[in-house]
Design a protein around this ligand. Structure first.
Ligand SMILES: [Zn+2]
Length: 549
């Protein structure tokens, strides 16, 4: 061994065992303090993954040769943002499958499929996601026929943007043995035309008729898609996300990534109650990786479908479809049993509920099964809490249940939601300020890839109730706007709280994790209409800069 090499090894061992600190100075820093007040600072010092100190502009900065000093060039620095509800694998796959988001017609969706297929001929199935017939002139569900014309022998499965319906071609249907005699399963629908023939669209529980034939992804591909997704999430300023319903295969992939030290951001993953191995997973209990990048302490249950596909369970008929009240994915008894089973196993229960009937039922079951303080302190959540009867709003505080809400759903859904619900019920929909007035905690999120993962879109929608063209004027149902501090809190401290992580993330303070982002503009002084344009310059997780280029 040469002398130089020995010296290099010595240097490496020496410096890595010496925990050198980093001082990031000359920044326009903001965080909430532990009383929820916005405070400012101009430098932050951290050692490895933990914050040592924040410095106010009036304080003298330390000088030491073990300190690495970085000049923040006056940029705005805030805690890393947290998305309390997204789908990491689905987002990763949306980056590598047919992307049908914002397609303007069924024809355009088919065209995108043809173009994608040109460069991806080897795939056994053609998979994709993102269509939304509400954005199409026809307002009609798509049909297998339009795909069959170009894809006779290759099975196709395209999920609707909300993941609550899918569009198959005839090849995929024949592999699944679907005929005009096929009967819709409970909590699902095989859509049929006026002659009784299946059209190719499958809603909620009927989707598995098709998806059970899609070959399982090998772990290597799951891992690649997860990493791709997490890198993209880091690039928009998310340092932590709650993955809303993972399978045991995804869980294994996450655990492998944790071991390989290949998790770009933190994930707080909810185990899907529908997983085949659920009994074992409940028995295994919680999981916390050493670096706090991966946490598992919650279970995801889905009570109903979504509003766009009229799968959300309403108490009264849909305004635009008399005689139809939506779908509960389980019968009431089973739903209650699942909630109780997950609570008794010591897990936080996060139940998807969109319609007012689903929300009422979930709150009823929570009330029934939250029988002591230990269970109450698990901070059970309602995912979406989208359409509430006004009288159910105070129950969140009463039961210590968190409303996990996605502001951009309101601005994307507004017209459709009014059609579905009418002018009276809409007042309990996306009712953020009404929930705050009733002292509820709202955890912010986006439900990516259904909506953009960009949390600045979420902050913007929260405070303006407008889309990115700043419409409608004055905001949609403006009395339910959040203040900027409320919105910021929902994407930081309260999202952290909703994942039992407020002691380590959600704000910047001594002893907490060095998770922060640098921005191109000061979100607390710019015009609120410009919030969504905010660009993330750097993302740091556990005191390390994430590669976001
Ligand atoms: Zn979701």
């Amino acid at each position: 061994m040469t002398k130089t090499l020995i010296f290099i090894i010595f240097l490496f061992v020496h410096t890595s065992s010496l925990a050198s600190s980093i001082l990031l100075k000359n920044i326009n820093g903001y965080t909430l303090n532990n009383t929820g007040k916005l405070v400012q600072f101009s430098a932050i010092q951290f050692t490895q993954d933990r914050i040592d100190k924040l410095f106010k502009a009036t304080e003298t900065l330390p000088i030491s040769n073990t300190l690495t000093i970085i000049d923040g060039k006056g940029k705005t620095l805030i805690p890393g943002l947290i998305d309390a509800h997204g789908h990491v694998l689905a987002y990763g796959l949306s980056l590598v499958q047919v992307n049908l988001n914002d397609s303007k017609s069924e024809e355009e969706a088919v065209k995108r499929a043809i173009n994608f297929h040109k460069n991806n001929k080897d795939t056994q199935w053609l998979l994709g996601r993102g269509w939304n017939q509400v954005l199409w002139k026809s307002q009609q569900y798509p049909n297998a026929v339009s795909l069959d014309e170009y894809f006779k022998d290759k099975p196709i499965w395209f999920r609707r943007v909300d993941g609550h319906a899918g569009w198959a071609n005839s090849k995929a249907m024949s592999l699944a043995g679907i005929t005009r005699e096929s009967i819709s399963p409970d909590g699902g629908e095989i859509v049929k035309d006026e002659y009784g023939n299946p059209t190719g669209v499958f809603i909620d529980n009927a989707m598995s008729l098709i998806t059970s034939n899609i070959p399982e992804m090998p772990e290597k591909e799951i891992k690649q898609a997860l990493v791709k997704s997490m890198q993209a999430l880091a690039s928009v300023g998310l340092t932590s996300v709650h993955d809303a319903g993972i399978s045991s295969n995804e869980l294994n992939a996450y655990k492998a990534l944790t071991k390989e030290n290949n998790m770009p951001i933190r994930v707080n993953a909810m185990i899907n109650i529908g997983d085949d191995n659920i009994d074992q997973l409940l028995k295994k209990g919680h999981f916390y990786s050493k670096d706090d990048k991966l946490i598992i302490n919650s279970i995801k249950i889905s009570a109903d479908g979504a509003l766009g596909s009229r799968g959300a369970a309403l108490i009264k008929d849909y305004t635009d479809q008399p005689g139809h009240k939506g779908l509960l994915l389980y019968n009431k008894e089973t739903l209650g049993q699942l909630i109780q089973m997950a609570m008794n196993a010591g897990f936080q229960v996060n139940t998807h509920a969109i319609g007012d009937n689903a929300n009422k039922l979930v709150l009823d079951f929570y009330e029934q099964h939250i029988t002591n303080d230990t269970i109450r302190q698990m901070r059970h959540r309602v995912e979406h809490a989208q359409i509430l009867r006004l009288k159910d709003i105070p129950r969140f505080k009463e039961l210590s249940v968190i409303a996990s809400m996605q502001a951009t759903h309101a601005t994307s859904d507004k017209n459709m939601a009014e059609d579905r619900l009418g002018s009276k019920r809409i007042l309990g929909a996306y009712a953020w300020q009404k929930l705050f007035k009733a002292d509820a905690v709202i955890a912010g999120g986006s439900d990516f890839p259904i909506e953009s993962a960009n949390p600045f879109f979420g902050l913007h929608a929260s405070v303006t109730r407008q889309d990115n063209t700043n419409n409608p004027k004055g905001g949609w149902i403006p009395e339910d706007k959040m203040t900027l501090i409320q919105a910021f809190r929902s994407f930081t401290l309260d999202a952290a709280f909703s994942g039992h992580q407020e002691n380590i993330i959600g704000s910047l303070a001594k002893g907490k994790k060095a998770d922060f982002i640098l921005l191109n503009q000061d979100i607390f002084t710019i015009k609120q209409s410009k919030l969504w344009k905010t660009q993330v310059l750097q993302t740091w997780v556990n005191g390390e800069k994430v590669n976001i280029d």
